[in-house]
Write a protein that binds this ligand. Structure first.
Ligand code: TPP
Length: 472
């Protein structure tokens, strides 16, 4: 869990053979569920920002992690992290589609310049752990593009084979279209490759089964393996086959596009200012496109990167820039809008409330061969909260009915409401955050009225989601 929530990817769970020699001070415990292995949680002391999210999320009565003086930890832990960072756990030793297993997968997004305790980055980090070097990311301008690509540093990293996600940022206003273009380009390249491969398979029946398999495989990891096998078969043909000049050229052309052979997963990522407001026209166009793309909306409920201006995702009663006396209108229901498209996978998640639900939604979105949109609750310094408690705040957001967790899958035509009836009062939850508490200081009567309205809206939204669940 501590690794799962770490905004900076600075925590690495280590799983090694029990007899592996380790540096002095690299204490391990026997690994639960692995008879001949040992386990350790290793922190990168140079990259930890000290947010404390990891220590607070620990479910044990006696917390497994304690925050200590950074300087001292750098002295003692630096060499341990250097050792741990080179260890890769064999993929067959874990199931990456579980909360625990996902953390043994290499993080290909780490040490970004995001704020300590950022609520956006853990979602991106998790996605890179699940889909790794098969990800192609279109990033809207906003916090995620700034911590995602402020040169000369780059948090998108590579695995031991030197491969990582491909990433680019275009504009704030056209990111959905930018990602759609990436998908169309990838599909086009694949279609051309398929044409050439099918022609070759007709002439050389020995490669026909592997070409067929290559075409049928949509699973990302399996596609990578089959693409490698296909390359080997083509190289074999070049060496041993009785081939003329034009076939040789065709094979060489395919091999030169080796990176385009395996399936890719396109992720269109950005904040609520992009998705709900400025890029919304394009987002809607992509929702209606039917293309295989995944949209991740990091909903911090304000334009975070420019200092916290109100967006259409800001709930009524929140004091933000451009809504100094509290936002008067209600939060836009982007999830409900997306649900108007029966062919779109729609999920709303909050990692701190339900890690498993967040992971399942990300997995289902990727697996769905069509448009998927995930709206992710993202805590932010602009909320006026204790950033070390971000995950707990997400849990309370769901318990109070401020945020609802659901997944709609077009494959089953079913909506699953993953969050239960509220067990905490909406207003009690909101008042703990400065963005709402400030209005109580300025104008208590207005605060009461706006928050009551927001509460009623949120309760009504839950009822609508319940109805949709029952209808299916
Ligand atoms: C067309 C346009 N308008 C305004 C900006 C300035 N701008 C850059 S990032 C940003 C805020 C982004 O907010 P959001 O999409 O919510 O993402 P967050 O920073 O919250 O992650 C703004 C207004 C811009 N780059 N382009």
């Amino acid at each position: 869990m501590c690794s799962f929530v770490c905004p900076h990817g600075a925590i690495k769970p280590v799983l090694i053979d029990a007899d592996t020699p380790t540096p002095d001070g690299f204490e391990c415990i026997p690994a639960t569920g692995y008879p001949n292995k040992k386990f350790r949680i290793q922190i990168s002391p140079l990259d930890c920002t000290g947010c404390g999210s990891c220590a607070n999320v620990c479910p044990a009565k006696t917390k497994a992690l304690q925050m200590r003086d950074g300087e001292q930890q750098i002295q003692s832990q630096r060499k341990n992290y250097d050792f741990a960072s080179k260890i890769e756990v064999a993929p067959e030793d874990y199931n990456k589609f579980t909360v625990k297993g996902s953390q043994f997968a290499p993080t290909l997004f780490q040490f970004s310049g995001a704020c300590a305790g950022c609520g956006e980055t853990p979602y991106i980090k998790l996605a890179t752990q699940l889909f790794g070097d098969k990800m192609v990311i279109a990033n809207a301008t906003g916090c995620s593009s700034i911590y995602g690509g402020s040169y000369p540093s780059c948090p998108y990293s590579v695995n031991n084979a030197g491969h990582g996600p491909a990433w680019a940022n275009s504009l704030f206003e056209d990111n959905a279209e930018f990602g759609l273009g990436m998908r169309i380009a990838l599909d086009n390249t694949r279609e051309k490759l398929a044409l050439s491969l099918n022609e070759l398979a007709q002439k050389f029946p020995q490669i026909a089964p592997i070409v067929e398999q290559w075409q049928q495989t949509s699973d990302l990891d399996a596609s990578k393996q089959i693409s490698n096998k296909l390359c080997n078969a083509l190289e074999d043909l070049l060496e041993k086959g009785n081939i003329d000049k034009s076939d040789k050229q065709a094979i060489q052309d395919i091999l030169s596009k080796e990176n385009d052979l395996n399936q890719k997963t396109v992720w269109i990522i950005g904040g609520d200012g992009w998705a709900y407001d400025i890029g919304y026209g394009g987002l809607d166009h992509v929702l209606a496109s039917g293309k295989n793309v995944n949209i991740l909306v990091l909903d911090s409920q304000v334009y975070s990167n420019t200092g916290g201006q109100a967006s259409k995702a800001t709930p009524a009663g929140a004091v933000t820039k451009f809504a100094d006396s509290g936002k008067k209108t209600s939060k836009k229901n982007l999830g409900l809008i997306a649900l108007c498209y029966p062919e779109v996978y729609v999920a709303q998640i909050a990692m701190g409330a339900n890690m498993n639900q967040a992971l399942t939604a990300i997995k289902e979105a990727q697996e769905y061969n069509g448009v998927s949109i995930i709206i992710a609750y993202s805590t932010c310094i602009n909320h006026g909260i204790d950033m070390s408690q971000g995950m707990l705040i997400m849990r309370e957001a769901v318990q109070s009915g401020y945020w609802h967790l659901f997944r709609y899958n077009p494959m089953t035509h079913k909506l699953i409401l993953d969050s239960g009836e509220p067990t905490m009062d909406y207003i009690e939850f909101a008042k703990k955050q400065r963005r709402f508490a400030n209005l109580y200081k300025k104008n208590p009567a207005e605060a009461d009225a706006l928050l009551e309205k927001a509460k009623q809206n949120s309760l009504a939204l839950r009822e609508r989601l319940k109805k949709i669940q029952e209808e299916n």
